[in-house]
Structure formats: structure tokens, C-alpha cells
Design a protein around this ligand. Structure first.
Ligand code: SF4
Ligand code: SF4
Length: 413
């Protein structure tokens, strides 16, 4: 059982219920788990997943289709881990009656103590990997893994058309900097790949496009397809090494998280760094290298992609970029930043349970509408693609745009 690798972690959940509560306090959270809020069953929360892990490990529960259904209903949004921080390990060690649970947060706050969260997503991904080994993975995700094995992208599109979007550009195949567009920007949201490339060209960044780019592995790892993900990562790292790439730039939150977090786990220390396009844009704009020619004159609300925000801590740079576009008035949803509501698409949920994924996105629409913004901006092609579906279902006319598209429009490129 791959879950064995997470045994230590799985025991740490104190089943304290923080990750299933509606919270409205200094933490900035309102509701925590987007899936639990829709389904309202214990087994669809991190607490429920950790309880399942607990019983699987002590042998009183066996993997089954029902167990698989519970653990595939999760967007891997990390909200549970975010709220778990103050309680997890200490509660596990102390045991903790109700009075302790009430008392501990204030005691810990007074001492400025920060405790690690229970790594509920890691436990969940270990159970998903077991489900893959046992043939219990939902069919759409099985197909995603087969697609990636054959065509190096989860959509099953021909690898040969990966860079069709770049035909209108003249970009070199060698440089120290590589643009890693990712599968969603390459096949589903080419306007983001194109906007990114055009911004780089017009800001004087010398970069290469690499036709040998394969899926970053993130959608596969999140869904439990560890072996196929490993193949993708090993290929990418060896290809980038051979080409002496020193810096990767990606407009995708998912690729950014995978390259930062997952690739070193598979391939050890990497000889290159990675920047999300929002980070690079903030630097380029700060250095006056991005020539803006047009005011956008719009109220824009920013959606924090879970895998860029909570997973990687990038909240400021996208906002710096938006605030640097003349005429943009930046608005915030409530909750926002570390407590932001997930779009609903991550963790394979858009494939395994598309209706639930859309329902989660719909739950964010009132807070987006409440800002009065006419544009919803994000910095992840997957979030943008999903929110476009959500807005259509909601019958809303709010435009969904990527940060790069807004900057490219303001630059007139
Ligand atoms: S995952 Fe964390 S917040 Fe949720 S029940 Fe377990 S210890 Fe509490
Ligand atoms: S990662 Fe998100 S969706 Fe999954 S259990 Fe945690 S809060 Fe819920």
C-alpha cells in the first residue's frame, strides 16, 4: 500500500473539525472545504479522508469503489492544510478534550507558535496512488493517464500539435531561458501561451520554445498516477539539462507548483530555476521593461489559483502586475488570498466529477459579482478555462481573462 509511506502523517489528524467548520474570524476564512460545503458528508472533507486513511492503515477498512469515490471528490485546494496549521500536531500529541481545543489556539497565538499542518493532501494523494494500483481510479482519470502516456498531455491531443499556437511567432529553439507553456495553455487556452510569448519578446527577454516539452506531471500526480508522472518529469528534466536551460518561465500555476515541488522529489536538485509569469512580470514592470500603450479602464477582481497561492505562497505579484496596468481598479473577493475559494477544477475533479467542479465554481460567483468587477483575472490557464464554463452556467457576462492577456492587451501586442 502506497499509503504506508504516509503512515506517520495519517496518524496526526486529530479529527478536530477545523477543516469542516465555517470560520469567520481573524484567519480570514469563511468556509474551508469547497467539496464538503457542497456534499455535506464527513467523508468528503480532509477529516473524513484522514479517518479513512486511519482505518485503511489499521486494517479495519479495505479499498473499494466507495472509498475511491470519497477520496477522488477533492480539488487538492490545500484550504484544509491552511486552516489546520494552528492545531494539528500539538492536538495529536496532547489528545485534547473540548476545553483544550478551545483554549489552545489563544495560548498558541499569545506565544506566536506556528505548528505544521497535517499534510492531508499528501495523505489523499497516497490513497489515490493505491486506488490506481488496485484499478479503482475513476474512468476519466484513467483515460487522462493513458493520454499522457501516448501523447504527453492529459487531453490526448497529438504531441506534434503542441506548439501550433506559436506558428505566428519567430522564436529560437535554444537559449538559457525556456518558456514552459504547459498542456492547458498549449492545447486549450492558446491565447495565454501567445500573450506570454508576445510579452517576453516585446520586453526583450531572450527565450526558447522547446518542442520536446511534455506534461509537467502535476495532473497525474494529483490523481495518483505516480508512474506516468515520473516518466513525464524524468523526460522534461533530462531534456532541459541537455539543452543547458538555466531558467524556466511558465504562465501555469500547476506547472509552477510541479516544477518547484514535485520535480526535485523525482529528479533531485535541478540545474535550473523556475519563475511563474506573474513573478517575472512584476520584476519586468518594476524595471520599466514592459511598455504599456493603452489604459484598460476596468474593475478587475483577482482569483488566487490554489496551487499558486496556498501551495506556493504567491499572492502579491499578480496583484502588483494588475495594479501596474493603467486604468485597472483591483477588487477582492471575500474570502481572498490564503482563504480564497477554489475554482473547483483542481485535483482531477473537473474530469472525475464535472458537475461538482462547476457547483464549487458557482459558489464563488456571488462574491465575484459582489465586487462589481467586469473582469475576473487569474494566473492559471486551468482556472480560466473552468471559470469560463462556470460563468456560462451562471449566465453571467463577467469576462474571464488571464493576467498575461490583460498585460498583452495593455501593451498592444
Ligand atoms: S485535517 Fe487538521 S483541521 Fe482537519 S480534522 Fe484533522 S487535524 Fe483538524
Ligand atoms: S484539499 Fe480542499 S477540497 Fe480537498 S479536503 Fe482539503 S479543503 Fe477539501
Amino acid at each position: 500500500m502506497r499509503l504506508e509511506e504516509s503512515r506517520q502523517e495519517a496518524w496526526l489528524c486529530n479529527h478536530c473539525s477545523m477543516c469542516t467548520q465555517t470560520v469567520n474570524d481573524d484567519s480570514g476564512f469563511y468556509r474551508v472545504c469547497p467539496v464538503y460545503e457542497q456534499l455535506r458528508f464527513e467523508d468528503s472533507s480532509a477529516r473524513g479522508h484522514n479517518t479513512i486513511a486511519f482505518y485503511l492503515l489499521n486494517g479495519t477498512l479495505k479499498y473499494s469503489e466507495d472509498v475511491a469515490r470519497c477520496i477522488y471528490d477533492c480539488t487538492t485546494c490545500y484550504a484544509c492544510e491552511e486552516i489546520c496549521k494552528p492545531l494539528g500536531n500539538m492536538m495529536a500529541q496532547i489528545g485534547g478534550g473540548t476545553s483544550l481545543k478551545i483554549m489552545l489556539p489563544s495560548v498558541m497565538n499569545a506565544f506566536g507558535a506556528a505548528l505544521d499542518p497535517v499534510h492531508s493532501v499528501q495523505i489523499l494523494e497516497a490513497m489515490r496512488a493505491d486506488c490506481v494500483d488496485l484499478g479503482l481510479q475513476p474512468l476519466p482519470l484513467k483515460e487522462t493517464a493513458v493520454n499522457a502516456g501516448k501523447e504527453h498531455n492529459p487531453y490526448g491531443e497529438p504531441h506534434s500539435s503542441r506548439f501550433d499556437w506559436s506558428r505566428v511567432l519567430e522564436t529560437p529553439r535554444t537559449a538559457e531561458v525556456a518558456l514552459f507553456a504547459g498542456c492547458t495553455a498549449s492545447y486549450r487556452k492558446q491565447e495565454i501561451a501567445l500573450a506570454t510569448a508576445r510579452i517576453l519578446i516585446n520586453s526583450g527577454v531572450h527565450f526558447a520554445l522547446l518542442p520536446e516539452e511534455w506534461c509537467c506531471g502535476s495532473p497525474l500526480l494529483r490523481a495518483g498516477n505516480v508512474d506516468v508522472a515520473r516518466k513525464m518529469i524524468e523526460h522534461n528534466v533530462s531534456m532541459l539539462r541537455q539543452k543547458n536551460i538555466r531558467q524556466i518561465i511558465t504562465p501555469c500555476a500547476e506547472c509552477y507548483m510541479a516544477i518547484n515541488r514535485d520535480w526535485p522529489n523525482v529528479s533531485g536538485n535541478l540545474p535550473f530555476g523556475v519563475l511563474h509569469m506573474s513573478q517575472l512580470l512584476a520584476r519586468l514592470m518594476g524595471a520599466g521593461r514592459v511598455k504599456i500603450r493603452k489604459r484598460l479602464n476596468a474593475k478587475v477582481v483577482y482569483h488566487d489559483p490554489c496551487h499558486l497561492g496556498r501551495a506556493m505562497g504567491i499572492y502579491d505579484e499578480p496583484r502588483t502586475v494588475l495594479n501596474s496596468i493603467p486604468g485597472v481598479k483591483l477588487a477582492e473577493t471575500y474570502p481572498t488570498r490564503h482563504a480564497a475559494w477554489c475554482c473547483g477544477a483542481g485535483g482531477g475533479l473537473k474530469e472525475s466529477n464535472p458537475e461538482l467542479a462547476v457547483d464549487i465554481g458557482l459558489a464563488k460567483v456571488p462574491s465575484i459579482k459582489g465586487t462589481g468587477a467586469s473582469i475576473l483575472a487569474s494566473s492559471c490557464p486551468f482556472c480560466e478555462a473552468h471559470f469560463a464554463d462556470v460563468m456560462e452556467k451562471a449566465g453571467e457576462r463577467i469576462q474571464v481573462r488571464d493576467l498575461t492577456e490583460l498585460v498583452a492587451e495593455a501593451m498592444g501586442v
